[in-house]
Write a protein that binds this ligand. Structure first.
Ligand code: IMP
Ligand code: MG
Length: 329
């Protein structure tokens, strides 16, 4: 078994969907798997010029690859069927045959959605994620194999993965800064957003080949805490970068990149590849800044900004890609 993992190095919304789509296009994968989170996620994907937003369903469906919602996720059956219908309406073929759910995946119930709905403290997406994971750990949860309508989609995840010739792409949701253990608690999501989250789905460490870390050239965050960004240029970034939540439509708070967070996420995830997205937005404002600790570094040119990454990561062997394109790396 070979597994490549995609992780987000910041607060979600860094463009994992684009990287998944790009890697799937190579046609080298037998499976694409979502390994954490639920329909709180929103992945924006441009498929041959057409915009799609996915929530649960992994991007393998765009290329006819079996796409599985892994046991580390939580799934809302109603939203799952809505998402299938949206993908079909967008012209994708064979969606119902390609999409699968691990039978031990936990389900988001109406009760979970209602108890998440009143949250204002953390600023959750109100999709019932936290309560579904809370129920899972309280041993009061409901698994996918208890829901008759999901029956045609269920698979045994062990059998799917542990077979001859599996080459799987594991697509994460949310990001390092929202990780239940490594994020800024309590302003976090309820799942594991590191490469370890992928392994929790029954993947042995030695199966992991490449770890793709996805970042944005600046940071965005949606949720209740004050993200501290007070430069007026952030309004401009918000407009140019269209920084509105793909799931909730909320305006994302913006700040300059924190190098320390990126470095920590890079080390904890053991990256082999890094993609820094939204370089086009930075080019348009032509202002190149990032925080290292409390220090705000300003670079005169894009080349100098990029050089900072190359120098800081020079010993790591990580391949770095700077991307300024919605549809490709
Ligand atoms: P929850 O995951 O809905 O419980 O929300 C917890 C925190 O994670 C909130 O700050 C959400 O805005 C944030 N969050 C959850 N999913 C995503 C995502 O896919 N992108 C960005 N932020 C997210
Ligand atoms: Mg998103």
């Amino acid at each position: 078994m070979i597994v490549d993992v995609i992780v987000d190095l910041q607060y979600g919304d860094c463009g994992k969907g684009k990287v998944t789509h790009y890697l799937c296009k190579t046609g080298k994968y037998t499976h694409v798997v979502r390994y954490n989170g639920g329909c709180n996620a929103g992945h924006t994907i441009y498929h041959y010029g057409k915009k799609f937003v996915t929530h649960h369903i992994p991007a393998g469906v765009f290329f006819g690859v079996k796409s599985i919602i892994g046991p580390g996720c939580v799934v809302n059956p109603e939203k799952f069927f809505e998402e299938i219908a949206t993908l079909e309406a967008g012209g994708l073929q064979n969606v119902r045959n390609l999409v699968k759910i691990a039978k031990n995946t936990h389900v988001i119930t109406q009760e979970h959605i209602e108890s998440d709905g009143g949250d204002t403290k953390i600023g959750t997406t109100k999709r019932g994620n936290g309560p579904a994971y809370a129920a899972k750990y309280a041993r009061t949860g409901v698994r996918a194999d208890e829901i008759p309508e999901l029956e045609p989609f269920l698979v045994d995840f062990y059998d799917e993965m542990h077979q001859e010739g599996t080459i799987a792409l594991f697509e994460g949701a949310q990001g390092f800064g929202l990780d239940i253990d490594w994020g800024d608690y309590p302003y976090v999501t309820s799942s594991h957003c590191t490469v370890a989250g992928a392994m929790l789905n029954g993947i042995p460490p030695k199966a992991i080949r490449n770890v793709w870390g996805v970042a944005k050239a600046y940071e965005t965050y949606v949720g209740a805490k004050d993200f501290g960004g007070n430069d007026p240029i952030f309004d401009k970034i918000c407009e140019i970068g269209q920084e509105y939540g793909a799931t909730t439509g909320r305006k994302r708070q913006i700040n300059w990149m924190q190098w320390d967070l990126l470095e920590k996420a890079t080390k904890i995830n053991g990256l082999t590849h890094m993609v820094v997205n939204k370089m086009d937005v930075m080019r348009e404002i032509d202002c190149w800044k990032l925080f290292s600790g409390e220090n705000l570094h300003e670079f005169a040119t894009e080349a100098q900004f990029q050089e900072y990454f190359y120098q800081k990561l020079s010993e790591t062997g990580i391949s770095i890609y700077f991307s300024g394109d919605k549809a490709k790396i």
